[in-house]
Ligand binder design. Sequence first.
Ligand code: PEP
Length: 253
Amino acid sequence: MKRRMLVAGNWKMNGVAADLAEVAAIADAARDHAGVDAALCLPATLIERATCAAPGFAIGGQDVHQAPSGAHTGCVSAAMLIDAGATLTIVGHSERRDEQCETDGQVRAKAEAAVGAGLAVILCVGESETVRESGSAVATVAAQLDASLPSENHRRLAVAYEPIWAIGTGKVPSTADIAEMHAALRERLVAAYGEVGQGVRILYGGSVKASNAAEIFAISDVDGALVGGASLKAADFIPIIVAGERASPRTST
Ligand code: PEP
């Protein structure tokens, strides 16, 4: 099955009003490269202003609470993200799993809340360096995916394989290791959702840059990228969008 590529940026805890010019420049370029889907997941404080700076461009959150509303100080619900203009959100990023001690069960609940409310979701999974070195990366990440997947696909789900040791480090797994992991994740998606699982995009994330994007996008079952540091500046991110379009023979499914 052919899948359209998705190149999504994750700004993490970066970005103030002065950076909206970067959002606008990225959105302009994305309009010129319509053969690929592009998106930016921004701090919640910037979402609404970003949708004004870049009308029609996909802006997302970086996390969502599983509850629709209530006594959850500092948290943001799916309805709030949508109200601010977001069309997608990341869930289960390793920095949240680590710093906020998020469990697979919570990630699943967040994914269910988000897709149920109408948001597209990028669900992150990935192994630590210790797990990679122990030889159990595939089994560990497959189990993490099984435990984090929303029970219904809703056709708005993408998965991002992000080895923790590759995030922000400049290290990238070998082509064979990425291919092996993505094939295993595809198998789990098909086991969970049947044929619909073939349509779920599996992104790679971890030190993707303009210089390595084309090589990564050529790997089988890589349907795009989740990009941290290299998504902050239009000059760094646009070439990754362009590489995504070049790797996208793919019509939407
Ligand atoms: C990320 O944190 O999602 C990420 C992939 O970061 P970087 O591209 O900076 O490694």
